[in-house]
Design a protein around this ligand. Structure first.
Ligand SMILES: CCCC(=O)SCCNC(=O)CCNC(=O)[C@H](O)C(C)(C)COP(=O)(O)OP(=O)(O)OC[C@H]1O[C@@H](n2cnc3c(N)ncnc32)[C@H](O)[C@@H]1OP(=O)(O)O
Ligand SMILES: Nc1ncnc2c1ncn2[C@@H]1O[C@H](COP(=O)(O)OP(=O)(O)OP(=O)(O)O)[C@@H](O)[C@H]1O
Ligand SMILES: O=C(O)CCC(=O)C(=O)O
Ligand SMILES: [Fe+2]
Ligand SMILES: [Mg+2]
Length: 338
């Protein structure tokens, strides 16, 4: 009697092992069956097996789609990024391929070229000083937990959120970064975003909707803001008003890693300072490019193509895939596909 009960319990457990959801129960730290330190059950789908994240951190990312690591980048490195950014603003260096953005509210202003007119620089892959950020071992150590060992730096930005000129244009509408990316799978893409100074709700911190990385890519378009919207700042139109927003208050050097489907944005800068953050989107080199024709991403593709045409005279001849391949850089491992 005892024996057959034991046998049937065993069958239930073994039966459960075939189903990922039940692994949860068997491998749960409180069940006592398996030690939680050594057992990373298979239900993880947004992170890879690694010895870097604690089980708790890994579970947090799986559930919420982001993870903040305190004090990851040194003050000395941040100072170097700051110095280089100022040189770019003063036009002392002109890195090849760099895009310089100004805030739509101060486009027509009289400011001389300075830190005060540049809202964001993008695509600094040819700037040795700034691109150091994308190769920092402390950053890549975490990135690898999401991308695996072959790592490409796909998209780089230094954001210099200006004091809001009163029109709320310094906000970044809620969006998913995957909207801008023609490569997949999304789970092998991660953004690293590092605060270059203390950032809170006053100077416009990142705002995230936890758990939204588990949803799908939503249609994006320009928000209907009265004061104007910056070029290409698309937002999600129909997000649920009641979803909890979390404001990420961060210290200098703190770094958040987040999934490209996580809905996020940033608030207006109510201070007189220019709020700085540096960031890079990384992807596994094993990702592949997709054709976005006929998808919700077609609008941004058209806009980017239109801009490329206007700025460089690249008409329909150039595939956007070529532009991505051209600016992407291998930072670890082997360049396999992207
Ligand atoms: C995960 C990724 C998430 C994101 O990337 S979100 C943000 C994406 N943003 C971008 O990709 C940056 C796009 N911006 C750019 O490419 C450039 O800043 C842009 C808009 C071409 C301007 O380049 P410039 O070299 O400054 O050219 P320009 O001064 O001659 O201006 C050309 C036309 O663009 C306009 N413009 C410039 N900055 C703007 C802004 N912030 N908002 C709205 N319109 C803007 C400008 O008025 C001018 O228009 P027009 O030709 O006179 O009608
Ligand atoms: N009700 C809303 N509808 C649409 N987007 C919103 C709404 N509330 C906030 N957002 C978006 O989320 C981002 C962050 O919002 P947040 O409330 O932190 O900033 P803020 O409204 O600029 O400043 P604050 O609320 O701190 O005065 C904003 O940039 C905005 O794009
Ligand atoms: O630093 C910020 O304001 C966030 C910017 C952002 O989310 C983006 O450019 O994709
Ligand atoms: Fe973003
Ligand atoms: Mg608000």
């Amino acid at each position: 009697m005892e024996q057959s009960r034991a046998a049937s319990r065993l069958r239930i457990v073994l039966g459960h092992l075939g189903s990922p959801s039940a692994l949860n129960i068997v491998g749960h730290p409180t069940s006592g069956t398996v030690s939680s330190a050594s057992f990373h059950p298979q239900q993880f789908q947004y992170s890879l097996d690694n010895n870097v994240l604690t089980l708790e951190q890994r579970k947090f990312y799986e559930e919420n789609g982001y993870l903040v690591i305190k004090n990851l980048v040194s003050d000395a490195d941040i100072q170097r990024f700051r110095n280089e950014f100022e040189k770019i603003c003063r036009k002392e260096v002109k890195p090849l391929g760099l895009t310089v953005m100004r805030d739509v509210a101060i486009l027509k202003s009289e400011y001389a070229h300075s830190e005060k007119t540049v809202t964001k620089v993008q695509d600094f892959q040819e700037d040795k000083e700034l691109f150091r950020y994308c190769t920092l071992p402390e950053i890549l150590n975490y990135v690898e937990c999401f991308t695996g060992p072959n790592i490409m730096a796909m998209h780089t930005m230094l954001i210099n959120k200006p004091p809001d000129a009163g029109k709320k244009t310094s906000r970044h509408p809620l969006h998913q970064d995957l909207h801008y990316f023609p490569f997949r799978p999304s789970n092998l893409i991660v953004c690293a975003w590092t605060a270059m100074e203390p950032i809170d709700r006053n100077n416009g911190c990142l705002v995230v909707l936890p758990g939204t990385h588990r949803g799908s890519l939503k249609p994006h378009d320009y928000p209907k803001w009265e004061g104007g919207v910056n070029k290409m700042f698309h937002g999600i139109q129909d997000y649920e008003e009641n979803t909890a927003r979390v404001h990420l208050v961060m210290e200098k050097g703190d770094t958040v890693f987040f999934h490209p489907l996580l809905i996020h944005g940033s608030g207006r800068n109510k201070t007189q300072g220019f709020r700085k953050a540096i960031s890079c989107h990384f992807a596994s080199a094993d990702c592949h490019y997709i054709n976005v024709k006929g998808t919700s991403q077609e609008n941004i593709e058209k806009e980017v193509a239109g801009l490329a045409n206007k700025l460089y005279g690249l008409a329909d001849s150039v595939d956007l895939k070529d532009i991505w391949m051209f600016r992407a850089r291998l930072v670890k491992g082997e360049r396999t596909s992207l």
